[in-house]
Design a protein around this ligand. Structure first.
Ligand code: ATP
Ligand code: MG
Length: 487
């Protein structure tokens, strides 16, 4: 199997066998070719060379629909639920149950939806809810449920767990085991290596479009996989930093939004990397949104570098030097039809265009710097952003935030979908920018990430501040105990 885009050889003579009743972990760096390979198996793309056999017979799917008809279900890396439809409607797209009179049978659809959601451990999602109002993780579960409902013989899961909570991952895992026991062949793509080791029977590592290792999961290790993926081990060590106590960059006084957050007091110093941790529903994203200005303050005050920060909309925030990298690429507002360079420079157009003309050579140079330091894999920065691999899109969004030269950078789950090697690059860049005086507030659900990077962490619980831990008080135990205290 081989595939190129233009002169870019994305897959080079890949041979892979998948067996019924087996979970295969397909691992590799951002841009290694994982999604492309699965697109070819499922009929979304055509290979340039090579052939596919299913149940011993040669096949050639000319479309996704043909793949589905033959029993292939693909849960894509990007969220694709239709926001304006209900969960039940999303689960029945293209095959709505009808009444005798030919109308859509709403109650049959609801009951069926409840049953399907329960299979993937998501029975708490209301089938009548508008899908667009669900959290990213819940939307992910709806997509998994949609694939599950077809009882596929080949199930492809492209980073299905990136926004799931540990509890949701348990439900998901139970479903995958059930599907395997029923005899489905399953491909599981993930950047969470522990999950892959726990769930998969076999691990296949793809590097630069070729398979570099393959074997039973119980015979490999995290370190071995990282080395296979990148050619070198990925290590990031926290370097103790000295932050002058003098200048306060951000101060929240008794801040409430009237719904999710109550009486939060915080002080973040200039040049500090400040973590926000909490369980789902604790209010991390809501707090970032308040600081950013997309969520209204009900009471209390926010001060930015000593001045009252009055935000009516996010564009005011950008002007006062506050930039956010939101959770989930779809909501991060990429412009899918535009080039990588346009997407990267969109927040900073004002900076590059003192004159009415865009200063495109300066812009190109900055983009080139970030391409190198973040290892963004692309043929050229004229390429449409939607043709980049998922993790590389995330890196572009991150570059976009830094290109706006913020004073305060807000990050919401910044490394979702980013491979282990690139995570280390992102951490180094965040630390470097903080050394140069950038203040960073970072919400993360991954304790190791908080421990690797943050100087202090605020733990939220049910919309209230449970406490702030300094570097020498920060341990996994301590952080989690605090987060659970009110639950
Ligand atoms: N339609 C396209 N046109 C041009 N290049 C493409 C297109 N689709 C994918 N590519 C390129 O193919 C390479 C492999 O992309 P792919 O999406 O398969 O990576 P991946 O292994 O899934 O990475 P990630 O972990 O980031 O999702 C990337 O360099 C990407 O830019
Ligand atoms: Mg991918």
């Amino acid at each position: 199997m081989a595939k190129s885009f233009g002169g870019n050889h994305v897959l080079r003579s890949v041979d892979i066998d998948l067996y019924p009743g087996e979970v295969v972990g397909l691992l590799g760096e951002n841009g290694a070719g994982k999604s492309t390979l699965m697109q070819i198996l499922s009929g979304g793309l055509q290979a340039d060379a090579g052939s596919i056999e299913m149940h011993g017979k040669p096949i050639c799917f000319l479309s996704v629909a043909e793949g589905i008809a033959a029993g292939v279900s693909f849960v894509h890396q990007e969220l694709s639920v239709i926001g304006a439809l209900s969960v039940a409607e999303n689960l029945h797209l293209g095959r709505m149950p009808k009444t005798k009179l030919g109308f859509v049978d709403g109650s049959a659809m609801r009951t069926a939806a409840g049953r399907i959601l329960a299979r993937v451990g998501a029975s708490n999602i209301d089938p009548l809810r508008e899908a667009g109002t669900l959290r990213a993780g819940e939307q992910q579960l709806v997509e998994i449920a949609r694939a599950a409902a077809r009882d596929p013989s080949l199930l492809i899961l492209d980073e299905p767990t990136s926004s799931l909570t540990p509890h949701e991952v348990e439900g998901f895992t139970a479903y995958v085991r059930e599907a395997r026991n029923r005899g489905a062949a399953i491909v599981f793509i993930t950047h969470r290596l522990e999950e892959a080791l726990a769930l998969c029977d076999r691990i296949v590592v793809l590097r630069n479009g070729s398979i570099v290792s393959e074997g039973p999961a119980r015979e490999t290790s995290r370190e071995q996989i990282v080395t296979d993926m990148t050619g070198k081990p990925a290590i990031y060590e926290h370097r103790p930093r000295h932050i002058p106590a003098t200048e306060i960059a951000l101060k929240l006084e008794n801040v409430s939004d009237g719904r999710h957050l109550h009486e939060v007091d915080l002080e973040v110093r200039k040049g500090e990397i400040f973590g926000l941790f909490g369980l789902v529903g604790a209010g991390r994203t809501e707090l970032l949104d308040l600081i950013h200005g997309v969520r209204k303050l009900k009471s209390g005050e926010i001060k930015l570098f000593g001045e009252k920060h009055v935000v009516r909309d996010p564009s005011v925030s950008v002007r006062s030097g506050v930039v956010i990298v939101p959770e989930g690429r779809k909501t991060a507002g990429i412009l899918p039809l535009h080039s990588v360079r346009d997407n990267a420079s969109i927040s900073s157009l004002r900076r590059f265009s003192r004159s009415p003309f865009k200063n495109s050579s300066r812009e190109k140079q900055r983009m080139e710097e970030f391409r190198a330091s973040l290892g963004i894999r692309m043929a050229s920065d004229d390429q449409r952003i939607s043709t980049l691999s998922g993790g590389n899109q995330q890196k572009v969004i991150f570059a976009r935030a830094l290109m706006a030269n913020p004073r305060l950078l807000l990050l919401d789950e910044p490394t979702h979908g980013v491979d282990v090697g690139a995570k280390v690059d992102l951490y180094s860049i965040i630390a470097r920018e903080a050394e140069h005086g950038l203040t960073v507030v970072m919400a993360s659900s991954e304790v190791p990430e908080i421990l690797a990077l943050c100087d202090r962490v605020a733990v939220l619980s049910k919309g209230r501040l449970a406490g702030v831990l300094s570097r020498n008080e920060m341990t996994e135990d301590h952080i989690l105990t605090m987060a659970f205290r009110e639950h």
